[in-house]
Design a protein around this ligand. Sequence first.
Ligand SMILES: NC(=O)c1ccc[n+]([C@@H]2O[C@H](COP(=O)([O-])OP(=O)(O)OC[C@H]3O[C@@H](n4cnc5c(N)ncnc54)[C@H](OP(=O)(O)O)[C@@H]3O)[C@@H](O)[C@H]2O)c1
Length: 275
Amino acid sequence: MSLDAATFRRRYGPWAVVTGASRGLGEEFARQLAALGLNLVLVARSEAPMAALAAGLEAAHGIETRVAPLDLGDGGFIDTLAAATEGLEVGLVVSNAALSTVGPLLSQDRAHLVRQLHLNAGAGLILARHFGPAMAKRGRGGIIFLSSGSALHGTPFSANYAGTKAYNLILAEALWYEWRPLGVDVLGVAAGVTRTPGWAANHPKPDRLVPVAEAAPVVTRSLAALGRRPSVAPGLRNRLGYALMAVVPRAWATRILGRSMGKMFGPFASTFDND
Ligand SMILES: NC(=O)c1ccc[n+]([C@@H]2O[C@H](COP(=O)([O-])OP(=O)(O)OC[C@H]3O[C@@H](n4cnc5c(N)ncnc54)[C@H](OP(=O)(O)O)[C@@H]3O)[C@@H](O)[C@H]2O)c1
């Protein structure tokens, strides 16, 4: 599944914007894109880890980098990012940053839920609308939206998160068709559970029915799928799981997911926040 770096650079170079690049899957996207020779604009709120990553990737791969510390949940972020990418030919956007909080909806703060909606769903839309036109004009480029297996069914105790991930997947698959004639490849990534700081922060317990992937193969498979299909589910066990859930009645699927979420992340306190 190794990609030809020169072909990839011609199709999606010379610059890539990666959001959520300070850790987890975003950091891994940055590492693999740097190894393919793309220059990088790294975006997240925490500047220090991105600056360290950027310096290491410049030294290792001879690429150029820019670090854009900003909050993608803030509606005006695109103006700051437009200034940070001024004069760059951005051929690839990886819309990866997200808040992945787990828990009953009624115990989550309303402002947090709305911020999660804006960040997880809104930011990708704004990025695509901003960088898409120049890609279409050049007749080449790509946009990757990080979605999740939780996008495929109602996922209890992850309701808002799963809803935002469904938005990403549906948006990506539709744009895959719309933008194909323009030469722009769009991909939704229905990632399964992946070992990252964001996943670990939810203090998961093992569930033998739920495979845990490492970030590197998830990213490698996603990059390999770009331009080949509208969406990808990295990992055979994930694909089998999703296929099985697609043939059971939707109420069963949601019950199964609710039990699994409770087992992995519960027990959940039933505190109700009335803000
Ligand atoms: N890990 C999994 O099991 C899994 C499964 C399916 C799908 N996914 C998807 O994969 C993507 C990456 O997940 P991950 O597990 O790698 O997440 P993670 O470890 O929590 O990392 C999230 C990244 O997003 C950035 N971020 C968070 N809030 C931000 C904000 N308001 N503005 C700018 N950047 C922000 C974080 O940096 P700062 O905190 O520095 O801002 C960090 O770089 C997400 O879209 C997630 O939904 C993950």
